[in-house]
Design a protein around this ligand. Structure first.
Ligand code: FMN
Length: 350
């Protein structure tokens, strides 16, 4: 049994996480896996109240449940089983059940990846949209909302890049962002987290520019001649190439809400992968907003806060979310294979 559960974890740990932080470790019992969170791993500004980490745990838990089916296990998951320990995210029990069939999404688990390339304008098939809407219907205390209208997609893309402007114009956020980038595969393997430069899909001249503007003084000087505005414009154009955008909107913003949103999102992403549809989460702005709405101290200026709130409201309007918490936003479409994939660490089992 232990060996099977270890095998399940080897693959489940391919789950997505903010800055590829993989903020988890595990214990294995007689017929259960306990999932634990590493609190300091993800970006301290973006990962507001660890919501990004809990969201990633949702994706991880869904992977474990899906992989269990390949071994004819039925699972029962208890979220946050210990009220005294919020880092104990889930206990998943496994029960042998001969009626269980292998979930077809199993194969997509190690195939799934973030694709930050520009997307082709080819429309998304209606049956795929129906399939992911059905996943959205099952979100407890939340919903999936989609937009395909070009004008709305352009408007949302322009709002999302308020994140890039804030990051390039605020020393603390700039530093965190550039500290996250890893420049070689060796550095990626040695570091606990990080985004490999090649996975960012930057055009070659911009990759060179990145090496220079990682120094705050240079970035700050270039901002005076329009660097941050140009960078935002370029990204907005790339984001807007997607024929489909989606948000997961939750009624609340509790830890459990973020875990459940992550579980649904993973199912959507695996369904996309199985269908050859590329997907890219774009969540930075949503997490900056949560910090402002909670009246926490922010490292950016008041002017940036106003821009961020306006952008968030514009996204809510375009998706007609009402006054909900946007736990995730993603773009989806058809694209070339990504240039590089994020490295994954073997799961830590204690
Ligand atoms: C909560 C969360 C937020 C994320 N936000 C972003 C984002 O704003 N922009 C982005 O390009 N990728 C984002 N990602 C994708 C991660 O960077 C990605 O999952 C990670 O680097 C691992 O790569 P993989 O998805 O290819 O396995 C996010 C992922 C999660 C789980």
């Amino acid at each position: 049994m232990k060996k099977i559960l270890e095998e399940i974890l080897d693959k489940a740990a391919y789950a997505p996480s903010g800055d590829n932080s993989q903020p988890w470790w595990f214990t294995i019992g007689e017929n259960n896996i306990d999932v634990h969170l590493v609190p300091g791993r993800d970006n301290p500004i973006l990962n507001f109240r660890l919501s990004g980490s809990y969201f990633a745990h949702g994706a991880l838990i869904r992977n474990i449940e899906i992989l269990a089916s390949a071994h004819q296990f039925r699972t029962e998951t208890t979220l946050l089983p210990d009220p005294e320990d919020s880092n104990f995210v889930a206990r998943i029990h496994f029960y042998k059940d001969a009626t269980i069939r292998k979930d077809p999404l199993t194969l997509a688990i190690t195939d799934r990846c973030t694709n930050r390339k520009p997307y082709a304008s080819k429309p998304i098939p209606g049956d795929f949209i129906t399939e992911i809407r059905n996943i959205g219907e099952r979100i407890q205390s939340g919903k999936l909302l989609l937009i395909e209208d070009k004008a709305k997609i352009v408007s949302v893309a322009n709002s999302l890049v308020v994140m890039e402007r804030t990051a390039l114009e605020t020393k603390a956020v700039h530093q965190l962002f550039f500290d996250t980038i890893v420049w070689t595969k060796e550095e990626e393997a040695a570091k606990e987290k990080g985004l490999h430069i090649k996975t960012l899909e930057l055009p070659t001249p911009i990759q060179g520019l990145f090496r220079i503007i990682r120094h705050w003084n240079i970035a700050n000087a270039l901002n005076h001649i329009g660097l941050s505005r140009l960078a935002a414009k370029g990204n907005a154009k790339a984001y807007a190439t997607a024929p489909l955008m989606g948000v997961i909107a939750m009624q609340g913003s509790s830890t459990e809400d973020y875990i459940r949103a992550g579980m649904a999102f993973q199912e959507i992403w695996l369904t996309a992968t199985a269908r050859g549809v590329a997907l890219h989460p774009v969540a930075g702005l949503l997490y900056l907003t949560q910090r402002i709405l909670s009246n926490e101290e922010c490292p950016w200026s008041e002017k940036h806060s106003l821009r961020i709130i306006d952008a968030y409201k514009n996204i809510q309007t375009n998706f007609e979310t009402g006054n909900t918490t946007l736990a995730m936003l993603f773009r989806a479409g058809y694209a070339e294979e990504p240039t590089a994939r994020a490295g994954k660490r073997p799961p830590v089992i204690k």
